[in-house]
Design a protein around this ligand. Structure first.
Ligand code: MG
Length: 185
């Protein structure tokens, strides 16, 4: 199987990284990850705080400092060990070029240069071929009818959708293997 895996909110713990940066810059705690209701984090905050949030997200090094989501490394290693082709598929926010370098550095640091080489940056994931796309974004649309099936990576802001969802916990990962038809071992 060709499995595309999103980076932020699936491999990288965006919420924990944001909470750290928000606390450091404002001295106040961020909204708890369990309280998130919108995919774009700025939409979970009052209008007057959104410019500050955008500045934090665009600051050099923000994406480089995101922690790993627990279980992500083991899951990727297991999928590859089972013979699946795993590629990372991440979006270009279209703002600071440095963000893309930070994201690629992050992949190299946590998953090695081989997976960094297998990283696709696209602002339209429907253009990318694959059997499966694991992504926390609830609505993925673009120019094409996608070849992949979307497996939603479970996050508080996508629980309004009643669809197949997975995560890197042992039960979430077992569900993933069942859904892709590889639960035999
Ligand atoms: Mg994401």
């Amino acid at each position: 199987m060709l499995i595309l895996i999103d980076q932020d909110g699936v491999l990288a713990d965006f919420d924990r990284g944001f909470a750290h940066a928000w606390q450091a810059h404002t001295g106040k705690p961020a909204l708890a990850a369990t309280q998130r209701r919108h995919f774009h984090i700025g939409d979970d905050y009052p209008e007057e705080q959104r410019a500050q949030i955008t500045a934090l997200l665009q600051a050099p090094g923000f994406y480089r400092q995101l922690p790993l989501l627990p279980g992500a490394q083991a899951a990727i290693a297991d999928l590859r060990g089972r013979g699946h082709d795993v590629w990372i598929c991440t979006s270009d926010t279209g703002t600071q070029p440095q963000i893309l370098l930070d994201k690629l550095d992050w992949i190299s640091a946590h998953f090695g240069p081989d997976l960094r080489r297998r990283t696709i940056i696209s602002s339209d994931k429907t253009l990318i071929h694959g059997d499966w796309l694991i992504d926390d974004r609830p609505d993925i649309q673009g120019l094409c009818r996608p070849s992949w099936r979307h497996l939603l990576y479970d996050q508080a802001y996508n629980r309004h959708l009643d669809t197949d969802r997975i995560d890197w916990s042992s039960t979430g990962y077992a569900r993933l293997l069942t859904l892709i038809g590889d639960a035999s071992t």
